[in-house]
Ligand binder design. Structure first.
Ligand code: HEM
Length: 509
C-alpha cells in the first residue's frame, strides 16, 4: 500500500514516505538541506523562541487559574489576578502565543524541507513574528486590565488580533510564494495540511471578529470558530508534523499514501460542521445542533485513517521510541490524537452530554487535544529541527527524559483526574437532591490533582525552556553525536533515517 517510488534525478527530490527514502537521496541532498536550514534559521528561531517565552507565561497563568479553583480566596484582592482574567489570559497565551507561534516555526522549517527550496522573504517572516508578539503583549495586558471581548477563545481585545491576523497573512504570503519555486513535483501530504490551514485560519479569525453578530447567531459563530481553531489550525499543523517526523525517524514510508489523502479531504469536509455540538441544549435551532452531532460522529473516518497510517508506520520500528526523543514525543502526540478524536466523536450525543456538559470533563478533553496531542507533537518537532537550524546538539539527554516524563505523566494525571471528576460532578449535578455546594466539595480532590499535575508539567516546561536556551547559545558539552535517551545498538539508526546523525553530518537528515 506504499506510495510508488518516483523516478529520481539529481534535482528532483524524493517525496518523503517514498520507499526509496533512505537510499535514493539525490547526490546534492546534503547541500540543499544545508541551504534550506540556513534560509529558515532566523525566522524559525524567532518563532520557536517566542513560543517558548509564551509557554512559560501561559504556565504561570495555568497554575494561578488551577490553584484558584480550589483556593478561591487566593490573590482574590487584585482584580488583574482574579480567575475571570487569568483564565482567558492562560488560554490566549497558550493557544495564540505558545502553540500558534511554535507551530509557525515548525511550518516554516517543514515547508522549506518538503518543497526543497530556500525559505523566501525571511525578513517578512521576522517582521510578522515581531507584529505577532506585539499583538500578544497588547492582548495579554489588555485581558489582565479587564478588556475582554467576552467571546470565548477570542477574549483578547480586538487590537491584538489586528496584529495577529496580518502577521499570519504575512506568513502565508511568504510561504505560499515559494510554492512556484519548489524543487519537487509531488506535494507530500504535510504540504497539503500546512497549505490548507494557512488559508483556513485567517478566514476563521476574520469571520469570528466581524462586528455583525448578536445573540444566538453570535454564540453559534463563536463555537463554530472555537472548535475550528483546534481542528483547522492546530490539528493540521500537528498532523503535518507527525506525517513528516514519524516516517523520517522510523526510516519507513508512510503506511498508505492513499489513506492520507482520504484523511485530509474528510477532515476538510467534516470538521467545519462539528463546532455547534458545544451548544447542545442551548438556544440554536435543534436541526443545526443535530447536523453538528452527525458530522462530529463522521469525524471517526479521518481519525481512524490517520490513526491507521501513523500507527502502522510507527509500529514497524517502534523500538526506536526507546531512543529517539523526537519519535517518543511525536508518537505520544499521535496516540493522543486518536484518543481525543474518538472521544470527541462520541461525546456530542445528547444522552452523554447530559452528564458531561458544563463539567471538568470538557476541560480534560480540551487538554487531551491541545496538550497531549498538539503540544507533545510540537515538543518532538522542536527536538528534531533545532539541532539542524542551530548546528548544535541538545545539552543533556537526562533533561530531555525529565521533560518527557514530567509532561507525559503530568498530562496523564490531569486528564484522568478531571475526566473522572467531571463525570462525578455531572452525575451529582443531575441529582436534584444534592445541594450544589456538596458537588463543589466532592470535586475538590480532582481539582487538587490537576494542580499537582500542573506543578509536574511546570517542571517539564522549565526544563524544556532551559534546553532550548542552551542549544540556541551553543552551550553545553561540545556535540559529539546525536542525543538519544540512551545509546542505541549499532546500526539501529542508519544514514538518512532521521534518527540523529552526528551534528557534523546533520545535513544528511
Ligand atoms: C501548552 C499547554 C496548555 C494549553 C495549550 C492549554 C489550553 C487551555 C485551554 C484551551 C483552556 C480552555 C478550555 C476549555 O474551555 O475547554 C484551558 C483552560 C484551563 N487550563 Fe490549560 N492549557 C495548557 C496547560 C495547562 C496546565 C499545565 C494547567 C494546569 C495547571 C492548565 C490549567 C487550566 C485551567 C485551570 C483552565 C480553566 C479551567 C476551567 O475554566 O474550568 N492548563 N487551557
Amino acid at each position: 500500500m506504499s506510495q510508488p517510488a518516483p523516478s529520481l534525478t539529481t534535482t528532483e527530490a524524493v517525496p518523503l514516505g517514498s520507499p526509496s527514502l533512505s537510499d535514493a537521496v539525490p547526490v546534492d541532498a546534503a547541500s540543499w538541506r544545508r541551504r534550506v536550514d540556513a534560509s529558515a534559521r532566523l525566522p524559525v528561531l524567532a518563532y520557536v523562541l517566542s513560543g517558548v517565552v509564551w509557554l512559560l507565561v501561559g504556565t504561570v497563568f495555568a497554575l494561578l487559574a488551577s490553584f484558584k479553583l480550589h483556593e478561591a480566596d487566593w490573590l482574590g484582592e487584585t482584580a488583574a489576578l482574579t480567575f475571570g482574567r487569568v483564565r482567558p489570559a492562560h488560554l490566549a497565551t497558550m493557544i495564540y502565543g505558545w502553540l500558534s507561534m511554535v507551530d509557525v516555526g515548525i511550518m516554516i522549517w517543514l515547508w522549506g524541507r518538503l518543497l526543497k527550496t530556500e525559505v523566501r522573504h525571511p525578513w517578512v517572516l521576522l517582521a510578522s513574528c515581531a507584529l505577532w508578539n506585539v499583538g500578544m503583549v497588547v492582548g495579554t495586558v489588555g485581558l489582565l486590565a479587564g478588556f475582554s471581548t467576552g467571546v470565548e477563545w477570542v477574549e483578547m481585545p480586538v487590537a491584538a488580533f489586528f496584529c495577529i491576523v496580518p502577521a499570519l497573512g504575512l506568513v502565508a504570503f511568504a510561504l505560499l510564494s515559494s510554492l512556484g519555486r519548489r524543487r519537487v513535483r509531488h506535494l507530500y501530504i504535510s504540504v497539503w495540511y500546512l497549505g490548507a490551514c494557512m488559508l483556513w485560519t485567517p478566514i476563521l479569525l476574520v469571520a469570528v471578529l466581524l462586528p455583525i453578530y448578536s445573540g444566538v447567531p453570535h454564540a453559534t459563530v463563536n463555537w463554530w470558530f472555537a472548535h475550528n481553531i483546534l481542528g483547522l489550525w492546530l490539528t493540521p499543523v500537528g498532523l503535518a508534523a507527525a506525517y513528516y517526523f514519524i516516517p523520517k525517524v522510523v526510516g519507513r514510508p508512510v503506511y498508505s499514501y492513499h489513506l492520507s489523502y482520504l484523511g485530509f479531504w474528510t477532515l476538510a469536509l467534516f470538521y467545519n460542521w462539528a463546532g455547534v455540538h458545544h451548544l447542545v441544549g442551548g438556544p440554536p435551532p435543534q436541526w443545526l445542533v443535530t447536523v453538528s452531532i452527525v458530522f462530529s460522529v463522521m469525524m471517526i473516518i479521518p481519525v481512524l485513517v490517520v490513526a491507521v497510517n501513523h500507527h502502522m508506520t510507527a509500529f514497524a520500528r517502534i523500538r526506536r521510541v526507546l531512543y529517539s526523543p523526537t519519535l517518543r514525543f511525536v508518537v505520544f502526540g499521535a496516540m493522543s490524537y486518536t484518543v481525543v478524536s474518538l472521544q470527541g466523536a462520541l461525546m456530542p450525543f445528547r444522552s452523554l452530554m447530559e452528564v458531561t456538559h458544563f463539567t471538568h470533563h470538557t476541560i480534560a478533553h480540551s487538554h487531551l487535544g491541545v496538550y497531549a496531542f498538539a503540544t507533545m507533537v510540537a515538543f518532538g518537532s522542536v527536538y528534531y529541527l533545532l539541532p539542524r537550524v542551530t548546528g548544535w546538539e541538545w545539552a543533556s539527554r537526562r533533561l530531555i527524559a525529565l521533560h518527557f516524563w514530567t509532561t507525559g505523566l503530568g498530562i496523564g494525571m490531569y486528564v484522568v483526574g478531571l475526566t473522572v471528576g467531571g463525570i462525578q460532578q455531572g452525575l451529582l449535578m443531575n441529582d436534584a437532591s444534592v445541594p450544589f455546594l456538596d458537588v463543589v466539595i466532592a470535586t475538590k480532590p480532582w481539582l487538587w490533582s490537576r494542580s499537582i499535575a500542573g506543578v509536574l508539567i511546570t517542571v517539564g516546561h522549565l526544563t524544556f525552556a532551559w534546553l532550548v536556551w542552551q542549544i540556541v547559545r551553543h552551550r553545553g558539552p561540545a556535540p559529539d553525536g546525536p542525543v538519544y535517551f540512551r545509546p542505541p545498538p549499532t546500526g539501529l539508526f542508519g544514514r538518512g533515517d532521521g534518527g540523529r546523525a552526528p551534528v557534523a553530518d546533520s545535513s544528511l537528515l
